[in-house]
Design a binder for this molecule. Structure first.
Ligand SMILES: C[S@@+](CC[C@H](N)C(=O)[O-])C[C@H]1O[C@@H](n2cnc3c(N)ncnc32)[C@H](O)[C@@H]1O
Length: 276
């Protein structure tokens, strides 16, 4: 028996570590012999917990971000972290890393990438970038200001983390098509509405339409669905239930947009709609 995982073995934005206990409890009310399909698998934490609670169940982990590759690279990532610890030994914790040391770090990262053909940039980001910032390749990493938050200990090997899981890697709609029978329970944890998805395999922003597409899968299915109070999706659904708006109120109207610049990274559009 492998150790029980209460969190993902590697940093992963949006992993459901805070729900592990509640999720495990709720799962016990679900059938032991069902097929559980984790459509937005992310770090695979929900898949792992599901397999541990229901060892007889089939559990499909949609590894859209190729988290498996990050897991397999843990020993190599540890080698790189040892180098980074040495390079940052003289710079204070949490403090901006001076440019000359940053240059040495980038050199070490490049050399590592050339040698192993792979660098886990998400894990590196959590050791070198401001909290919540992620780079997914060398160019992005070199552009960022670095802070010394290099982890002090090695990452533990994730032995057994994927045991018994069936790993697939496709768009969630495709996976849903493949697993549709009555004994399926869907685990649905889509990216948060319009949040920064820079650390995910797809950098596409999740818009309201994408959200509503996911909700279509819920009808008539057994599921776990995760969202936050930042997306007003529950409010929206309740509104639809009590309102009989059949036509689009903006039909036949004219739309004009104006771009607003907040800063060099953030822009949004103001919209004016009119109808005579
Ligand atoms: C909130 S995270 C899921 C976190 C996961 N439950 C965990 O505990 O680690 C959402 C995931 O959906 C993935 N994703 C984005 N677009 C997708 C798509 N079209 N099909 C499948 N997964 C997608 C993202 O890359 C991200 O890994």
């Amino acid at each position: 028996m492998h150790k029980l995982f209460k969190s993902a073995p590697l940093p992963f934005q949006g992993q459901k570590r805070n729900f592990v206990n509640e999720f495990s409890k709720a799962l016990e009310q679900f059938p032991a012999n069902a097929t559980y399909v984790d459509l937005f698998g992310g770090s695979g934490l929900l898949s792992r917990v599901t397999k541990d609670i229901h060892p007889e169940a089939r559990v499909i982990f949609n590894d859209y971000d190729n988290f498996s590759q990050r897991l397999a690279a843990i020993p190599q990532t540890n080698i790189l972290l040892v180098k980074l610890r040495k390079l940052t030994a003289t710079s204070g914790r949490q403090i901006k890393i001076p440019v000359d040391i940053k240059r040495c770090i980038l050199k070490a990262v490049k050399a590592h990438e050339n040698k192993f053909g792979y660098v886990d940039y998400v894990t590196l980001s959590s050791s070198l970038l401001f909290s919540g910032k992620y780079a997914t390749n060398f160019e992005e990493l070199s552009k960022q200001t670095m802070y010394n938050t290099v982890r002090k200990s090695d990452i533990a090997e994730a032995t057994g983390y994927l045991d018994g899981l069936e790993v697939v890697r496709e768009d969630y709609k495709q996976v849903h098509q493949e697993f549709k029978d009555a004994n399926v329970v869907y685990l649905l944890d889509p990216p948060y509405l319009s949040t920064d998805t820079a650390s995910y395999g797809s950098d596409k922003y999740w818009k309201l339409k994408d959200y509503l597409d996911v909700l279509e899968l819920l009808e008539g299915s057994k599921y776990f669905y995760f969202t936050s109070n930042k997306s007003s999706i529950i409010e929206l659904m309740e509104w639809f239930e009590t309102t009989t708006l059949v036509d689009n109120p903006f039909k036949w109207s004219t739309t004009t947009t104006r771009e607003n610049t907040v800063n060099y990274q953030h822009k949004y559009d103001d919209i004016m709609i009119f109808k005579q």
